[in-house]
Write a protein that binds this ligand. Structure first.
Ligand SMILES: [Zn+2]
Length: 531
């Protein structure tokens, strides 16, 4: 029985999997493959059909051209991909029009004697197998290809599909002309062929260095030609590596389904109790996992490589090497993130990092309260934060919006001073200095390693001082995680790990913090200054 508020082949597909696929390992090996919560969600989403779909449409009939599943170790990604590859090989993977009433999917129509039938509801999308399925299971190494290939073989051999498919070591034959191929970086001969489906595993390791970015792009071209669709699966990726996983996760494409459960960012993976909460969160809907066993494995891996343990078991996107702030520092920073209002007329300082086409333009501020406490925040103008990603503005920073934000700050608050990185914005900064005064609009070039290094160090040290709090800006957090320590003559400064990973909010925040350190706190009302 299908829920018709959601137009999808997914309910049929999931039932088909149960009738044709088996649990590939463990104590219940050989039992019917019944999808667990996240697996059913992924199936329902991957097979969602557009209400406007018409008979004969292939990939364009579906809401999602691709799906990406980011889940921790042992969550069942490999078996899900295996079962789904089998759907694409000989199950109801292609949209076949809308049911009017009385129609059913009957395995006998497709040469399968298992007895499976599925009755459609009126208005439900219908499915049929591909006439000539060409499916690729793709991984960087032979070893990783086994994540999907082993359960796939096991499912075929122990269920009704043994009559339909012939299993080899490197490929599976489907009828006379269809096939499922295993493709790895060392066995790429079939890469570039037109294909109807691709399962790309551990795409967190698919980088320029491993040569796998071009593999992903080649496969997508092969899919586009046939109206086929792809699924990516991976552990959480290292955000400093610009992998295929990262590119897909960060892309603005609306026709990609993304499953990537995240525990609240404030929970620390280094704390035993909080780690347990993280594991409970990301392993929700994975009944076969014993969290005590996962905890033991995570602990063991943490001794060697904590970021990897956090990625593998906590499903978190943490970088491994040379992060400017390690996760302890991030945790300390999150602990003083206490959002509050900054009333008009409050004494503030701010930092400005300008850009034009690629990097972001950023304004971060510090409120200086009378009790000596200092509060870091991103100002908001018309409910929009004062940072601008050129990509979201037609490729160029909207200078008039930045101009309006600067005016808003000076009009609204008691601005003690702002530090401005003058690159690309010199003429605007000159105009602001003329208007608001040279003691308040101050150029502060960030390319100077010695002062920049000192300012960065001050920001780091002050994270542990009681009088500092901030608004826990999510975007600043992400830029903090991107920042890489870079040694220059003059000291350690920060850089971005890749062109796509920005750190501009950290630069703006550092300038704001430096300004806060350079001006005295506001006087308490009624206090008399003796001269
Ligand atoms: Zn069947």
């Amino acid at each position: 029985m299908a829920a018709l508020d959601l137009l999808t082949l997914g309910f049929l597909v999931s039932d088909w999997k149960t009738a044709h696929c088996t649990i590939p390992d463990g104590f219940r090996m050989g039992d019917p493959f019944v999808e667990t919560d996240w697996q059913l969600d992924a199936t329902v989403q991957h097979y969602r059909v557009k209400p406007t779909a018409t008979l004969g449409q292939l990939a364009p009939a579906f809401v999602h051209r691709r799906s990406q599943i980011i889940l921790p170790q042992k969550a069942g990604k490999g078996p899900w991909s295996a079962s789904d590859a089998l759907v694409q090989a000989c199950g109801p993977a292609v949209f076949a029009g809308w049911a009017v009433g009385g129609e059913s999917y009957d395995c006998r129509d497709y040469g399968c004697g298992c007895g499976f039938t599925y009755d459609y509801e009126p208005g439900e999308p219908m499915g049929v197998p591909w006439p000539t399925p060409l499916v690729q299971i793709t991984a960087f190494s032979e070893d990783q290809a086994r994540n999907i290939w082993s359960p796939l073989q096991s499912m075929i051999k122990s269920g009704p599909l043994a009559d339909l498919l012939r299993v080899g070591e490197e490929f599976v034959r489907v009828g006379d002309t269809g096939r499922i191929d295993k493709v790895t970086s060392s066995a790429k001969s079939r890469l570039g062929q037109p294909i109807t489906a691709a399962y790309q595993d551990e795409v967190g390791l698919w980088t320029k260095q491993t040569g796998m970015i071009s593999v992903a792009e080649t496969q997508r071209r092969g899919l586009a030609g046939m109206g086929g669709r792809a699924v990516e699966t991976t552990n959480a990726y290292d955000p400093s590596e610009d992998s295929v996983a990262q590119r897909t996760a960060e892309s603005k494409a609306q026709d990609v389904y993304r499953l990537n459960p995240q525990a609240p960012a404030a929970l620390s993976f280094g704390d035993k109790r909080e780690r347990r909460q993280i594991l409970r969160h990301v392993y929700a809907g994975v009944p076969w996992v014993d969290l005590d066993a996962i905890e033991a494995e995570a602990l063991e891996l943490m001794e060697k490589d904590r970021p990897q343990a956090e990625r593998f078991f906590g499903n978190r996107l943490v970088a491994t090497a040379d992060a400017w702030w390690d996760e302890d520092q991030i945790t300390a920073w999150l602990a003083i993130g206490i959002p509050q209002d900054v009333p008009a007329k409050t004494r503030i300082v701010f930092g400005f990092d300008g850009s034009q086409y690629d990097d972001w333009t950023v304004i971060r501020a510090r409120a200086l309260f009378e009790d000596g406490s200092v509060y870091g925040f991103t100002p908001r103008l018309a409910d929009k934060p004062t940072y601008w990603n050129p990509a979201e503005h037609g490729g160029e920073v909207p200078r008039h919006e930045v101009q309006a934000a600067i005016e808003y700050l000076f009009d609204t608050f008691d601005v003690a001073r702002g530090y401005f990185d003058p690159e690309l914005w010199q003429s605007e900064i000159d105009a602001w200095a003329a208007r608001y005064g040279e003691t308040r609009v101050i150029a502060w070039p960030t390319y100077r390693a010695r002062p920049m290094s000192a300012a960065l160090e001050r920001l780091k040290v002050d994270t542990s001082q009681a009088r500092y709090t901030h608004d826990a800006d999510e975007m600043l957090l992400s830029h903090l995680r991107n920042a890489r320590a870079t040694r220059r003559p003059g000291g350690v400064v920060i850089g971005k790990p890749t062109q796509h990973q920005k750190i501009d909010l950290v630069i703006g925040d550092t300038l704001a913090h430096e300004a806060s350190a350079d001006v005295p706190p506001p006087r308490k009302r009624g206090m008399v200054i003796m001269r």
